[in-house]
Design a protein around this ligand. Structure first.
Ligand SMILES: N[C@@H](CCC(=O)N[C@@H](CS)C(=O)NCC(=O)O)C(=O)O
Length: 220
C-alpha cells in the first residue's frame, strides 16, 4: 500500500482528510495513533513535528505530508478521484480555501478549545471559547442560504472541513432554530456517504469523547 494515514477515528481533523480519501476512492492504510501512549507519541513526533494528526505518508513518492488542507490538495494533485474536490476556476479555488480556513480556524479551533477546557474542569474558559461559535454560525448561515454545498453544486475540500467541524461544534454550541440553512446543510453533510462512513467508524470510540453524554442518540 503506497499511502498510509496516521490518524485516529475520533479526531476531527482526521475526519476531514478521511472524507476526502473516501470521496476520491483512494486506497490507503490507516495507522491508528494513540497519543495517550508515551511510546507511541514519541514515535509519532518523529514524523509529525508538532505531534498533530493526521499525517499522510506516501511511500511511492517518498513524501510525508501534514496539515489537513495541504494533505487534501496533495491527494487532489497526485491521486485524483472520479469527481474533482476543488473547483477548476482559480477565483473559486481561493473562495474554497477561504471557507476551508473559516471552518478550521473559526469553528474547529474554538470547539477544540472548549472541549479541552471542559476536560480540564474549567467551565468558564469552556464557555468563553464556545462563545466564538455563533459568529461563525451566522457567516455559514448566510453562505449556505440557497446553496447545496459551500461552493454550490460541487462538494469540495471546504465541505470536508465543514463536516467534522460542525459535527463536534454542534455538541458544544447547538446551531439554534434561527439558522435553518446551517442546520439543513449539516443534515446534508451527515447524509453524504463519505461523512456517514467516518461517523460510523468513530462510533466504537465515542466512549473516549469527553462530551459523549451530549451526543445525539442517532450518532451512538
Ligand atoms: N492545523 C492542523 C490541526 C491538526 C490537529 O489539531 N489535530 C488534532 C487532532 S483533531 C491533534 O493532533 N491533536 C493532538 C494534540 O494537539 O496533541 C491540521 O489541519 O492538520
Amino acid at each position: 500500500m503506497t499511502l498510509t494515514l496516521h490518524s485516529h477515528p475520533l479526531a476531527s481533523f482526521c475526519h476531514k482528510v478521511l472524507i476526502g480519501l473516501y470521496e476520491a476512492e483512494v486506497p490507503f492504510e490507516m495507522r491508528l495513533v494513540n497519543l495517550g501512549d508515551p511510546e507511541a507519541r514519541a514515535a509519532f513526533v518523529k514524523i509529525s513535528p508538532w505531534g498533530k494528526m493526521p499525517v499522510l505518508r506516501d511511500d511511492a513518492r517518498d513524501r510525508t505530508v501534514f496539515e489537513t488542507s495541504i494533505i487534501l490538495e496533495y491527494l487532489e494533485q497526485h491521486y485524483p478521484g472520479p469527481r474533482p474536490l476543488m473547483p477548476a476556476d482559480p477565483e473559486a479555488r481561493l473562495e474554497m480555501r477561504l471557507w476551508d480556513r473559516i471552518f478550521d480556524l473559526y469553528v474547529q479551533t474554538p470547539m477544540q478549545a472548549a472541549v479541552a477546557a471542559t476536560m480540564r474542569g474549567e467551565p468558564d474558559q469552556a464557555a468563553a471559547s464556545a462563545a466564538a461559535l455563533p459568529t461563525a454560525y451566522d457567516q455559514i448561515e448566510a453562505r449556505m442560504a440557497g446553496r447545496e454545498w459551500v461552493m454550490g453544486d460541487q462538494f469540495t475540500h471546504a465541505d470536508c472541513a465543514a463536516a467534522p467541524a460542525l459535527f463536534y461544534a454542534s455538541v458544544v454550541a447547538p446551531f439554534g432554530e434561527d439558522r435553518p440553512a446551517l442546520s439543513a446543510y449539516f443534515e446534508r453533510l451527515i447524509a453524504r456517504p463519505s461523512v456517514a462512513r467516518v461517523l460510523v467508524e468513530a462510533r466504537p470510540y465515542f466512549d473516549m469523547y469527553p462530551l459523549k453524554d451530549r451526543l445525539e442518540p442517532r450518532f451512538l
